[in-house]
Design a protein around this ligand. Structure first.
Ligand SMILES: [Cu+2]
Length: 156
């Protein structure tokens, strides 16, 4: 009886471990598959993570990483993305803390329902005009909201 219970405990324990490890993995794989379907091949992909104090950070950054980055360099980030004319551009928009927004007038992109922490929003457009263009956050997210900007440079 006792031994049987211990075996059962072990089975449940292993199942729990499997679930804890497997679920995030499965979700990640699913998300990846979803993106692969939606991102045209040959598109230039960039990830922008919003942070209320640091602004836009290029790449996928977790909240904890930002804290350590912040200690090293306490300036606001204004990322510069460079593409060539004619490129299909895909931006993966994320937030590391509060609800941010995104607006990029030249590409006709204006997110109205926000970038929520833990979710990724995809926007895509074709870089058809040469120049330097500013994108910004359109959801009031804190004291640095006005400065939460970045630049897209489209080369000829
Ligand atoms: Cu913001």
């Amino acid at each position: 009886m006792r031994i049987g219970n211990k075996k059962l405990d072990l089975v449940f324990f292993l199942l729990l471990i499997l679930l804890v490890i497997g679920m995030p993995l499965a979700i990640q794989m699913y998300n990846h598959q979803m993106w692969m379907d939606r991102i045209p091949s040959g598109a230039k992909e960039f990830t922008l993570t919003g942070h209320a104090q640091r602004g836009w950070i290029l790449g996928e950054v977790q909240a904890l990483d930002i804290i350590s980055l912040w200690h090293k360099n306490k300036t606001l980030n204004r990322p510069v993305i460079e593409v060539s004319k004619g490129d299909q551009v895909v931006l993966k928009l994320r937030s590391s803390d509060v609800i941010h927004g995104f607006s990029f007038k030249e590409a006709g992109i204006f997110i109205t329902d926000g970038i929520h922490p833990g979710k990724t929003l995809l926007v895509s457009f074709t870089a058809d005009k040469v120049g330097a263009f500013t994108f910004s956050c359109n959801a009031i997210c804190g004291d640095n909201h006005q400065n939460m900007q970045g630049t897209l440079i489209v080369k000829a």
